[in-house]
Design a binder for this molecule. Structure first.
Ligand SMILES: *[C@@H]1O[C@H](CO)[C@@H](O)[C@H](O)[C@H]1NC(C)=O
Length: 328
């Protein structure tokens, strides 16, 4: 009994200490939510921001085009993290889950844009520019397209959405190697709209008690110099993250009070902790691939998004089957 009590107490103490840790990540100031509110109200914040991102857009698409519905039930913007090399993946997405208009679908205004860095290889950059002219859906800035520049990519997407998507209700930040049921996503958001529109929603596959990898061989290795604490605050895995408009706004301003961090999803988790936003778990967003084997699409009936679809043909195939079955 005493032992149980003691270990519970110890657990509470440790959890408390961990919370303090997260707050110690710069900017260490528990009034960040107040500064965010001040910025939102266009007031001069009591404390100046510590982190600024400026992007020089090479390609800056429009957001709400409003060409399909005069008064849609929902406006949803999909911001797809892509790379300069993935022309084919983008084409596959344009013809499957990224389609902006589909018949037999709720009256949802869908806007899909692809989020890219820059290529120093002229022939690739030229190809991207042609693609951008043709499709008008490429968002690109002048930082180099590289995995450890993902934080720039994500922040660029957030900033672009803030500046351009005034009439969007919800945003889905998603990786290009995902299967997405835009229909399930739209229906889920429609069912939660009234509640979520008022709230700061930051939702996805939530890692509840994440820790930095200290093994130098790991892809996500982080040194103690870069991040001295033993845990990260909980965060939504970067592959598929939903924001309400308010959530996006709070994160956007929160970013300016959070020191840059290389892993984009951890970074957004740090920002959310500073902004006092709790990540919400959605069990239908699968950070690990939904099912093996893939043949039976019945498994995808309720899936909103699933990682593990880097194979283009397979993604198209599964999506087509789901679409035919009525759940994509
Ligand atoms: C990120 O982009 C910057 C600016 O283009 C570049 O100097 C840097 O090398 C890139 N980082 C990585 C890890 O490639």
């Amino acid at each position: 009994m005493v032992k149980v009590l003691a270990s519970t107490l110890l657990y509470i103490l440790i959890s408390f200490a961990e919370c303090l840790h997260h707050n110690s990540y710069p900017l260490k100031d528990d009034r960040v939510p107040d500064y965010i509110e001040q910025l939102k109200a266009h007031k001069h914040p009591e404390k100046d921001p510590i982190n600024y991102y400026t992007f020089t857009y090479l390609s800056n698409p429009k957001c709400n085009i409003e060409k399909y519905f005069e008064d849609p039930v929902l406006r949803l913007t999909l911001i797809v993290k892509s790379t300069v090399y993935d022309f084919e993946k983008r084409n596959a997405i344009r013809s499957t889950w990224g389609q902006e208009y589909r018949t037999g679908f709720p009256e949802v205004d869908i806007r899909t844009v692809f989020n890219l860095g820059y290529s120093k290889y002229k022939y690739i950059q030229d190809k991207v520019e042609v693609e951008s002219d043709v499709f008008g859906d490429i968002l690109q800035s002048d930082f180099q397209d590289a995995y450890f520049n993902n934080t720039f990519k994500t922040v660029m997407g957030i900033k672009w959405a803030m500046e351009n998507c005034h009439s969007s209700n919800f945003f889905f930040f998603v990786d290009e190697d995902f299967f997405v049921s835009t229909k399930n996503l739209a229906n889920f958001l429609l069912s939660q709209k009234d509640e979520y529109e008022k709230e700061s929603v930051y939702m996805g596959y939530v890692h509840k008690n994440p820790k930095p990898y200290r093994n130098t061989k790991n892809k996500w290795f982080v040194s103690e110099e870069e991040y001295p604490f033993t845990t990260y605050p909980p965060f939504a895995a970067g592959g598929g993250v939903i924001f309400s408009k308010k959530g996006l706004q709070d994160i956007h301003y929160g970013i300016s009070y959070t020191q840059h961090f290389r892993l984009d999803d951890v970074f957004i988790g740090l920002v959310a902790a500073k902004a006092n936003i709790k990540p919400r778990h959605n069990p239908e967003i699968h950070s690990y691939r939904k099912v093996e084997p893939k043949e039976n699409v019945e498994h995808f009936r309720d899936v909103i998004a699933s990682h593990g679809f880097g194979d283009i043909d397979e993604m198209i195939n599964v999506w087509n089957q789901c679409e035919r079955a009525g759940f994509a």
